[in-house]
Design a protein around this ligand. Structure first.
Ligand code: ADP
Length: 396
């Protein structure tokens, strides 16, 4: 089967066409600057990249250019659109309504719309992508795969905040968690590596990318995660603060004369390792700067690792043990220095790093010694493949 995987943002649309029998990517690409001017970068596997600067006033035009590129005489990979068997859409927020992926019917579309309030920057854009694809491929089944769904198994004691209960009842304020597709994909793989599929298992997944979150997965189910009502909570990230005393919001607003929106912008976009270091949000730059002795870069990396280790410790306690830990996403898969820094805090678990093995980059590897009581792995995530697999499972 060929599954078209779509990740639609407010001004961009990323896509992959995946042959789910071989799990190979047939083509992938991105439309950028939708609604501004418009640029398509289309990369067919084994062929030359196609770059097209064309007006994309709205998402439907962008999708139509992608479909044109997929069937193009030179850069195309399929002869016509009937070779697309299904479309899998990444949807950020499914609220409490969606605990798993779904076939998108009109009724489902309305139910997703009702979650828009919870992710006002992301969900409406995701839905625009769904509508555009439905219009251009009316007979192709569409599936929605939610970032929040995997975490719907968290027990209430984990997802509730210490706010009066009415805020949960009336406004659904609770921890939802994100990166669920990645946490699900990597935890499944880790449990498979451990040979514990179908048995009881306790694993911790550290998804460390520009956005970062850690999840405790017991018996294959998310039981706690570090992101919360929004992706701002938890770990210190590229540009996000992670957990912070909420009273700081009012204090900054008073001191700087900012509106709440302006303070939220500071917390989301001007903070994290970027704001702390004044160097960059990219860990490659931070590693270089810290090696050159930049004290604020060293501090930012120390804080990042310290916070991550605190979450890991919290989740070992939550599950009363851990069988294995995995690092994934841009930083987790590639940055051995940060992995080592985090593991330095985990000696109490009997974890001993294998420095040579920890040089692994972008590939699956065990990074601890054979006698490490708890093995630690680097496992590449693949959210597009996960979406394609979910889509096939529903439409077959
Ligand atoms: P997102 O999907 O959240 O944008 P990714 O998972 O792609 O993030 O991770 C991007 C981040 O990964 C970059 O900002 C950078 O900090 C980090 N990264 C990527 N490659 C490397 C590398 N070789 N060494 C260290 N960090 C890396």
């Amino acid at each position: 089967m060929n599954v078209f995987v779509v990740n639609c943002g407010s001004s961009s649309l990323k896509y992959q066409l995946i042959n789910t029998d071989t799990e190979e990517v047939i083509a992938k690409g991105i439309c950028e600057r939708i609604g501004i001017d418009g640029k398509l970068k289309h990369k067919p596997t084994g062929k030359e990249e196609l770059v097209k600067e064309v007006a994309m006033p709205e998402h439907k035009t962008a999708v139509s250019y992608v479909l044109e590129a997929l069937t193009d005489e030179v850069a195309g990979v399929i002869s016509d659109l009937s070779e697309i068997d299904a479309v899998g859409h990444r949807i950020v927020h499914g609220g409490e309504k969606f605990a798993s992926s779904v076939i998108i019917t009109d009724e489902v579309l309305r139910a997703i719309e009702e979650c828009n309030d919870l992710a006002p920057l992301h969900n409406p854009a995701n839905l625009i992508g769904v509508v555009a694809c439905k219009e251009l491929m009316p007979n192709v089944p569409m599936v929605g795969v939610f970032d929040t769904a995997f975490h719907q198994t968290m027990p209430q004691k984990a997802y509730m905040y210490g706010l009066a209960y009415e805020y949960y009842e009336n406004y659904k304020i609770r921890k939802y968690g994100f990166h669920g597709t990645s946490h699900s994909f990597v935890s499944k793989r880790l449990i498979e590596i451990l040979g514990k599929t179908g048995q009881s298992s306790k694993v911790i997944i550290c998804h460390l990318g520009n956005g970062a979150s850690i999840t405790a997965v017991q018996d294959g189910k998310s039981v706690d995660t570090s992101m919360g009502f929004t992706p701002l909570d938890g770990l210190i990230m590229g540009t996000r603060t992670g957990s912070i005393d909420p009273a700081v919001v009012q204090y900054i607003a008073d001191k700087k004369g900012y509106t709440i929106d302006q303070v939220m912008n500071v917390l989301n976009k001007e903070s994290g390792v970027d704001g702390l270091s004044g160097v960059s949000s990219d860990f490659r730059d931070l590693d270089d700067a810290s090696e050159a002795g930049n004290e604020r870069a060293i501090l930012a990396l120390d804080m990042f690792a310290y916070r991550a280790a605190q979450y890991i410790g919290g989740y070992v306690a939550a599950m009363n043990g851990v069988d294995a830990i995995a690092f994934t996403a841009g930083i987790g898969e590639n940055d051995g220095k940060i992995r080592a820094k985090i593991c330095q805090y985990l000696g109490y678990l009997g974890i001993t790093l294998d420095e040579e093995a920890n040089k692994a980059r972008g590939k699956e590897a065990v990074i601890t010694t054979e006698d490490s009581r708890v093995p630690v792995y680097a496992i590449p995530t693949n959210e597009e493949l996960a979406i394609a697999r979910e889509t096939v499972a529903l439409v077959l």
